[in-house]
Design a binder for this molecule. Structure first.
Ligand SMILES: C[S@@+](CC[C@H](N)C(=O)[O-])C[C@H]1O[C@@H](n2cnc3c(N)ncnc32)[C@H](O)[C@@H]1O
Length: 244
């Protein structure tokens, strides 16, 4: 009874780690989230039982329920894969699942994944840091947890890139707080929707235009001077291969 917490990357199956692909091919059971692409799910062992515990906004499957399911499956099977979008520990609640499983004496192994926080911008030609443009990157959530949320005014720093996950709904407030904190209204913003999938789209705007922009979740917001860059020649390995 081992549970593997595996990162599925942002969507494109070519961005899975080799280890993740091997585990999916061998798993007896796979418990997966909502944002896992069909392409990645196609790599799951055909004989494996599958549980979709996708937490679509407003729908069932509480985290506690998922933890209980994982504990129960670990007791019945030798080899369980818990597949989570991106990296399991970047706003993925992977830590809570590890704690719940370990509390029941279950062996847990982790497999890092390619996070949408960094891969999303890059796939749209935006590097999250760039020498002489940005000294670093801060990754935050735009949603609130138990009533507490990030103080965006305190994060206003023209020298550091800000990457916001789960920020689509509150984008107008986020932009207003950053401007109030001192960031220029003209600060470049990139919004990368459905990164790495065939629905990928990147919207570029100014910070003071973000609130009125038409954006579809899931999306990564990249705020800062790097969002004015467009490394148009960046290709994923898969794309390079396809055109070779
Ligand atoms: C609950 S968080 C999970 C993040 C995930 N663990 C990761 O490392 O990418 C979900 C958020 O990640 C971002 N996200 C995940 N996949 C994405 C994708 N393919 N394109 C754009 N944003 C994505 C969105 O901001 C979405 O609201």
């Amino acid at each position: 009874m081992t549970v593997y917490l595996v990162g599925a990357g942002p969507g494109d199956a070519d961005l899975l780690t080799v280890r993740a692909a091997q585990l999916l091919a061998e798993a007896e059971v796979v418990v997966h989230d909502r944002l896992i692409s069909r392409e990645v799910l196609a790599l799951v062992n055909k004989r494996a039982a599958r549980y979709d515990v996708g937490k679509a906004p407003g729908l069932a499957h509480s985290q506690e329920g998922i933890n209980e399911l994982l504990v129960a499956l670990a007791r019945d099977f030798e080899f369980v894969v818990r597949l989570k979008g991106g990296d399991p520990f970047v706003f993925g609640r992977g830590g809570e699942e590890v704690e719940a499983l370990e509390a029941h004496g279950i062996d847990v192994r982790v497999v890092p994944g390619v996070t949408s926080a960094f891969a999303g911008p890059l796939l749209a030609g935006i590097p999250v840091t760039h020498r002489g443009v940005s000294h670093g990157v801060t990754v935050v959530t735009g949603s609130s947890v138990k009533g507490s949320r990030v103080d965006f005014a305190c994060l206003a720093n023209a020298d550091v890139t800000l990457v916001v996950l789960m920020g689509v709904e509150r984008r107008a407030e986020i932009a207003a707080e950053l401007i109030e904190g001192g960031l220029a209204p003209s600060t470049p913003v990139g919004v990368v929707e459905w990164a790495s999938t065939d629905q990928q789209r990147c919207l570029r705007c100014r910070l003071d235009e973000l609130g009125a922009s038409h954006v579809r979740a899931p999306a990564v917001l990249v705020i800062g001077e790097v969002a004015a860059l467009d490394l148009g020649s960046v290709k994923t390995f898969a794309a390079t291969w396809a055109f070779a």
